[in-house]
Design a protein around this ligand. Structure first.
Ligand code: ZN
Length: 489
């Protein structure tokens, strides 16, 4: 069974010009493999990767100070990428940990990007195309730009675990075994951010459609808009802007990613199949649902039960936004709770339903949506252990009508939640191409440069970090390296 997911990761797009951070190369950590990754610790003494606070070794991380453990995890992550990639030119990462935005419920975990891009260098597979610094070095076989300049900048949030107002009760998990419980797996975040820095990003603006310096990114040659039937490299700026918010209309056409999809992603979209309904239009009907970023994903074992509504308790408070009273708790205990979006976060509704004994939650949308399936539900609460799914407004209206006649503890409307929707892989289009993240409205720092959130099994390079990630970059767990190979790694 998959574990809860967190949803608050961002990365920073690369600077278009060369940026040098930290003049002296302190070779704090070095990983030698198929590619050598050098970590240039740019933190000052006493902070970030140099934090002297004592720490007990954990999960295979032998460091005895906070800074040592952080740096050991960084080096470990660099080793994983280094063992997977091939390059004759060392990859230099300028790395730091500084206080980043953080509140009680959300945080910027980290950001990373290439420090520069190069085009038309000797050995470039495509002319007139921008490549991230480290990839351009690999392809040219020479050190482009200033010798030993950092090719990637990566920064991580040092507030986590040290600031009472930053995700209270949570901290970075610095072990290397993915056993992070409700803490945040630093290793997964490191691997994700390094992925961006290595080239998992476009340098083209998704909001203006403008190419960086007038040239498309290598990313744009594999990014395909199904509405106009063109790659980003071939589109007009206006077409790129529309494509960036086209939801199900943005796919990856790199052959290695798409060849690997059957071995990585589960077949079938998240779905709800209803039965027992007095309303014929809902009986024995399977509809597509959108999964939540928190709580478990729908796996291959279906969850079934009687559906019970949760009437609002205090007028205006929103359905499920308060701890359930005795009537509501009795109604949903052992059942699947049905609530309408709004009034509070969906994570709060689900937690209240879970506390009352519900086994899953159906959330009815409040606005009509187009698309292959309802959009995922955002949010974060690692203590949620039951799945939550969103219904299209039209389906939610049918459920609401079917629940009008019911007893206090039984509705007769049954639902099975599983993966029976559509003849396609979860996170791919009908042609088996990987869906890219293209929500509407555009999400700065996330849109276009990630895989879509609907991918399952969950992927390292989705915009929200999932709790069930492994440290693998390759099939059958992960598509990240296949995408890197598509762009030239
Ligand atoms: Zn990211």
């Amino acid at each position: 069974m998959s574990k809860p997911r967190q949803a608050f990761k961002r990365f920073k797009a690369a600077a278009a010009s060369l940026v040098l951070l930290g003049a002296a190369l302190g070779l704090a950590g070095q990983a030698k493999a198929a590619a050598t990754i050098v970590i240039n610790n740019t933190n000052a003494a006493g902070v970030g990767f140099n934090d002297p606070a004592p720490a007990a070794p954990i999960g295979g991380n032998p460091g005895v100070t906070l800074g040592e453990q952080r740096l050991f995890a960084f080096t470990y992550a660099a080793n994983i990428w280094g063992a997977t990639l091939t390059s004759s030119i060392p990859i230099i990462i300028n790395a730091s940990m500084t206080p980043l935005t953080c509140t009680a419920t959300s945080a910027v975990l980290g950001s990373a990007g290439a420090t520069s891009t190069f085009a038309n260098f000797p050995g470039a597979p495509f002319t007139g195309t921008r490549y991230s610094y480290a990839l351009a070095n690999k392809l040219s076989g020479t050190y482009l730009g200033t010798l030993n300049a950092g090719q990637i900048t990566a920064n991580f949030n040092s507030n986590l675990g040290l600031n009472a107002n930053c995700l209270p009760g949570r901290t970075w998990y610095l072990g290397l075994d993915n056993i992070h419980g409700t803490d945040i797996d630093f290793l997964a975040v490191l691997l994700h951010e390094m992925g961006h820095g290595l080239g998992f990003q476009t340098f083209t603006s998704g909001t203006s459609g403008a190419f960086s310096g007038g040239l498309p990114s290598i990313w744009d040659r594999f990014l395909f808009g199904t509405v106009v039937g063109k790659t980003w490299a071939d589109m007009t700026a206006a077409e790129r802007v529309a494509s960036a918010v086209s939801r199900d209309g943005l796919v990856w056409i790199g052959p290695l990613v798409n060849a690997a999809i059957p071995s990585v992603l589960k077949f079938g979209l998240a779905s709800a199949t209803f039965s027992g309904s007095p309303a014929r239009e809902l009986n024995n009907v399977t509809v597509r649902v959108g999964e939540a970023d928190f709580g478990p994903s729908l796996g291959t074992s279906p969850i079934s039960g009687d559906v019970m509504p949760v009437p609002e308790q205090t007028v205006g408070a929103g359905q499920g936004c308060e701890p359930f009273n005795a009537v509501n708790a009795n109604a949903v205990n052992g059942k699947i709770a049905f609530m309408t979006l709004g009034g509070c976060t969906t994570a709060i509704k689900t937690k209240n339903a879970q506390n009352a004994g519900a086994t899953a939650v159906l959330i009815g949308d409040t606005v009509a949506e187009n698309g292959v399936q309802p959009i995922p539900i955002g949010g974060w609460d690692p203590s949620v252990t039951i799945p939550t799914v969103r219904l299209f407004l039209s389906d939610a209206d049918k459920v609401r009508a079917a629940l009008v006649n019911r007893s206090r503890s039984r509705s007769g409307l049954q639902v099975v939640l599983g993966r029976n929707g559509g003849a396609r892989y979860a996170g791919a289009d009908a042609q088996g191409r990987a869906l890219m993240f293209a929500p509407n409205p555009f999400v700065g720092g996330s849109s276009v440069s990630h895989f879509d959130r609907t991918m399952f099994r969950n992927q390292l390079m989705e915009p929200s970090i999932s709790n069930d990630l492994t440290s693998s970059l390759i099939p059958p767990e992960d598509l990240s390296f296949r995408l890197m190979q598509d762009i030239g790694w």
